[in-house]
Design a protein around this ligand. Structure first.
Ligand code: DQA
Length: 145
């Protein structure tokens, strides 16, 4: 089983970035934990991070041929990007949206996700553990197909 995890803008700075909100773990730490978790279940994880909206759209387009499922934390683009929504709508594999923080406890502009309608499920507010939960959820959805 092949799963891709896409992370959007500023998530490359996890660890340094507002640790009270996002925790002290770096993106590398999160990747290591996800890979370890995946190994136990024979799931291969591939990671992609970009600060550039168009690069994320292109990566989602490419995922169709390469992956069985997708986990996406589109970060700030969650709240703004019709292009990422459209790309996700075109991708017919199971998809989970993840946010490290609880976006509904934060500023009003974060309460609206433009991409949620295009994913199977949404996990937010559980810190980096959300990515682990998303792997387990995707495994179930992919096996059900
Ligand atoms: C985030 C929440 C977004 O509102 C924010 O812009 C991010 C990270 C999260 O993981 O909690 O960059 O997606």
């Amino acid at each position: 089983m092949n799963i891709e995890i896409i992370n959007g803008p500023n998530l490359n700075l996890l660890g340094k970035r507002e640790p009270k909100i996002y925790g002290k773990e770096t993106l590398k730490d999160i990747q290591k934990n996800c890979i370890l978790h995946g190994k136990k279940k024979s799931i291969k994880l591939t990671f992609f991070q970009s600060n550039i909206e168009g690069e994320i759209v292109t990566e989602i387009q490419k995922a169709r041929k390469k992956f069985d499922g997708l986990i996406i934390n589109a970060a700030a683009f969650t709240h703004t990007s019709v292009a990422i929504l459209d790309a996700l709508n075109l991708l017919k594999i199971p998809k989970i949206e993840v946010h490290i923080s609880n976006i509904y406890q934060r500023e009003k502009f974060r309460h609206k996700s433009l991409i949620s309608s295009a994913v199977n499920g949404l996990i937010c507010g559980l810190g980096s553990f959300g990515y682990i939960l998303a792997i387990d959820a995707l495994e179930k959805l992919i096996n059900k197909k």
